[in-house]
Structure formats: C-alpha cells, structure tokens
Write a protein that binds this ligand. Structure first.
Ligand SMILES: [Zn+2]
Length: 473
C-alpha cells in the first residue's frame, strides 16, 4: 500500500503536465473532445473506434489501450450534465500519450490490462447540459428496454468485452454529505447489488475490495469526504446489471468540494483514482484489501446546502425567534448551455444545526427582514447602472422596478434584482422555496444584504461579483 500511495502522490504532483488544458470548466461539448480523441489514432498506445451514433448523430467513441489479459471497461457521462470523469479520462489519455514519464507504471498497466473507454456516452445530453438524452430518456434506466441508441451501444460493447472490471463514472448532487459529517461527499462509491437481496457475489466482492483500495489511496487527499452510494437494487440501471452479468463494477460519483463549483480539483482526484485503480488491478494488489474497508465507508446523506446563515433574529407578531436559513443555488443554463447563471432559493428555515453549508456565516445579534422593491420605476438599464447600491440597501431595498418592454434577459450582474414591467412582487417571505433577498440589521441599521442568495457587507459593496435576477420574465 505504501508504494501505491507514493505513486498516487507522484500523480498528484505531476498532474499539471498531463491536464488537458483546453477543458477548463464542466460545460465542454462533444465538439470539444472529438479532436482530442481523433488525434489519439496517431499515437502508439491507442486504438480509436467509432461504435455508433447518438440520437442527434454524434459519434460515440471506444478508445482502447494495452494488451493484457485482464479487461477493464470505463464509461463516463451517461448523464449529460455529469462531465467530471470525462475530463479526467482526457487527462489520462495525455498521461498515456507521453512516453517519458512514469514508464514503469505505464508498462505495468499496459502489459497486464486491456483497457476500453467510452468517454461521454450521452453527447446530446452534454450539448444541453442535461441529465437525460435528447428524447428525455435516462440512459441509466434503459438497460432493459434498450430503446436509446446510446444505451444500446453501451450494452453491445459490454456484451462484446465481457470485461473483468467496469467503471461507471458519474457526478452526484452537491447536497450529499459523507455520513452526518459536515463534509460534502466529494467522491462516492458503490459496488452495485446484483439483486434485491443485495447478494455478495464474487464480482461484487471483487468490486468492494478494489473500492476499499481506492478509498485507502484517496484518504491521502480527501479524508472525510468519501461516502458510499445507496446499494438498493435498481433493475433498470447498468451498474446493477453489469454486476449481475459477472463484471466487477465500480460506481464512482463526483460530488461537491468547497470552493470548486467547476470541479477542477475533483477532476484531478478522479484522474488519480482511476490511475491508482488501474495500477492496483494490474499488480493484483487490490485483492489484499479486506471488504471491511468498503463496509466502513459512511453512507451518502443529504446534509449539505450552498449557504447557511446562522442565529438570525426574526420578529413575527411581536415575538422574537432565532432562526438559521439554508439557501441553495440552482444553475440555469444560458448561451446554448455553454454557461449558466445562479438562482437562489431558500431551502429551509429554523434549527439547521444538523446541516452544513459550503459557506456559512454566524450572524448572532443581527436581525433579518425580507428585502423590498423600491416603489419608483426606472425606464432604462442606463438609469439602473447609475443607482448607488449602498444607498439602496440602507433604505432596505434589494430590488428595483423597471418599466421597459424591450428589456431582455433573465439575470444581470447588477448588485440588485429587477422587477420587470410592474409584475406584482409583493414583499417576499422568509420561508422555504422563496427567493433569497433579505436585509440584515444591527442596532436598527442595515449591515448586510442578501441579493439572490449572495451576502454583501454594505461597507464593501464593490466586492459584488455575482448575478442577480430579473423577476417577471
Ligand atoms: Zn449519473
């Protein structure tokens, strides 16, 4: 194990040399990765094949490496908005393209394993940055009916390979925590059940040992941030069936990491995880791991929120209460799903002491009130840009009214929200599912403001770098 950990650290420190630098965020498309895959054809370690087309006609590729007798099949992004592992696989192709670095590790892997990879199983979903494919079918619930070309391709390749190991690479929600810790579940694993009884078959046990090995390595980098996905049997899912059909299948889910919405750190962790796993399969080292390591991984729980404001005083009917407020940001796709803006909503109010925030602020001694809309309508964006936000906030306003039928857009980067064309916008309420626009006072004066879920200290208004919302579209 000591040697495996050392190799993982070497991979960690040399990552920048192999990172595919053209991929910088999560919203890359099929057209961004095709040239990177095509150029592998000229490299000696790779074979590149097209194995079919998506509903919208995008090519799906199978890339293979190595000549060993143990077969390993990896596939990513069955869900179009789950791209973290796809980027890590492209980083890994760069790693295997370079002959000079890690020659012993590469030789061990390529001589003992035959590796087959489908990056981006769902390119049409990736185009829209949505989970399902373009006809709204979840590919990971289509293994039985096989209605989609993408699921058919995955099943055909699986049947042809009958691989010893399978890696089912996904992303999971940011709201998952590692057990009831205050840590996001940054990587979650599962050795899927082959049946409703959750039988411990030989392939499943092999998967558990390998996961235990991967967790031991990852504990070097992200201790306390690893969890285990629910092992309830899902007869429509690929991983469960692949286990049933004899392949030791590993589900790997990339979750959240503080300060890493674009998951570039978790992409690096994916790269290290996958290469470490290949190393361990090639050496056979994983087989020495006891399945108790797998069994002791904490469950995925849902105790994370994007932002928690704690210990605020609120007055209702002359009674004072102390509340915490939890807020989540929804990503809304724009610019042909190449970009997004954030839309905040209150997730929960009350005693949130069992939850943790990606960001948290203790506001003991402060009072909270709903943000209001300034009761004077403006007529142009030009006028809005001249507003002094600090003054607006001090008067208790988080929103302004704009009467302009030509105005387009669902959001702006102005530090206040826009209520368009006198759409009714009664005072917002501080309760779940409402928008998150508040004023926060101490000694009767506004000290902080929350606009679209982003906290601003009103003495530092110029630090605003978020988006606000246009209501009434
Ligand atoms: Zn998924």
């Amino acid at each position: 194990m000591a040697q495996e950990k050392q190799i993982a650290w070497d991979l960690y420190h040399s990552y920048q040399n192999f990172k595919e630098k053209s991929l910088t965020n999560r919203r890359f498309k099929h057209s961004d990765i095709v040239p990177l895959i095509e150029q592998l054809q000229n490299k000696k370690n790779f074979k590149v094949n097209k194995v079919g087309k998506s509903v919208e006609g995008r090519d799906i590729y199978l890339i293979s490496m190595g000549s060993g007798k143990t077969k390993v099949f990896l596939w990513s992004q069955m869900h179009g908005d789950e791209p973290t592992a796809t980027a890590a696989l492209l980083d890994m192709f760069n790693f295997f393209s370079d002959d000079s670095a890690f020659p012993e590790l590469k030789n061990l892997i390529l001589s003992n394993l035959s590796i087959y990879i489908i990056p981006m199983v769902n390119p049409d979903g990736a185009e829209e940055f949505q989970r399902r494919n373009i006809v709204e079918i979840d590919l990971n619930r289509d293994v039985l009916r096989q209605q989609t070309p993408e699921a058919k391709i995955l099943k055909e390749v699986f049947d042809r390979l009958k691989a010893d190991f399978g890696f089912n690479l996904h992303d999971q929600g940011r709201d998952y925590s590692a057990g009831n810790s205050f840590n996001p579940a940054s990587i979650s694993f599962l050795a899927p059940s082959p049946d409703y009884e959750k039988s411990l078959t030989a392939p499943r046990e092999k998967a558990m040992k390998l996961i235990g090995n991967m967790v031991t390595v990852l504990n070097e980098f992200i201790p306390g941030h690893i969890a285990k996905y629910s092992d309830d049997y899902e007869p429509r899912a690929f991983g469960d069936n692949f286990t049933k059909w004899g392949t030791a299948t590993i589900l790997l889910e990339s979750g959240g990491w503080r300060g890493d919405r674009e998951k570039q750190f978790l992409r690096k962790i994916n790269y290290i995880s996958i290469l470490s796993a290949l190393n361990s399969i090639a050496s056979g080292g994983y087989a020495n791991t006891d399945i108790s390591v797998y069994e002791s991984i904490p469950q995925n729980e849902k105790f994370m929120m994007d932002l928690i404001l704690r210990n605020l005083k609120i007055t209702r009917d002359n009674m004072e209460y102390v509340i915490d407020i939890g807020i989540n940001y929804d990503e809304v796709n724009v610019d042909e799903a190449k970009d997004f803006y954030l839309k905040a909503a209150i997730e929960d109010v009350g005693d949130l002491s069992v939850f943790a925030g990606y960001e948290e602020f203790d506001l003991s001694g402060y009072t909270i009130e709903p943000g209001k809309t300034k009761p004077v309508a403006y007529h142009s964006l030009n006028e809005l840009e001249k507003i002094n936000p600090a003054q607006l906030y001090r008067d208790g306003y988080t929103n302004v009214a704009l009467n302009n039928t030509d105005f387009k857009g669902e959001f702006t980067y102005l530090p206040f929200n826009i209520i368009l064309n006198q759409k009714s916008f009664g005072e917002s309420k501080i309760k779940p599912e409402e928008s998150a626009n508040f004023i926060i006072k101490k000694d009767g004066e506004v000290r902080f403001i929350l606009v679209n879920g982003f906290l601003i200290d009103i003495s530092m208004v110029e630090s605003w770098n978020c988006n606000s919302i246009v209501y009434g579209k």
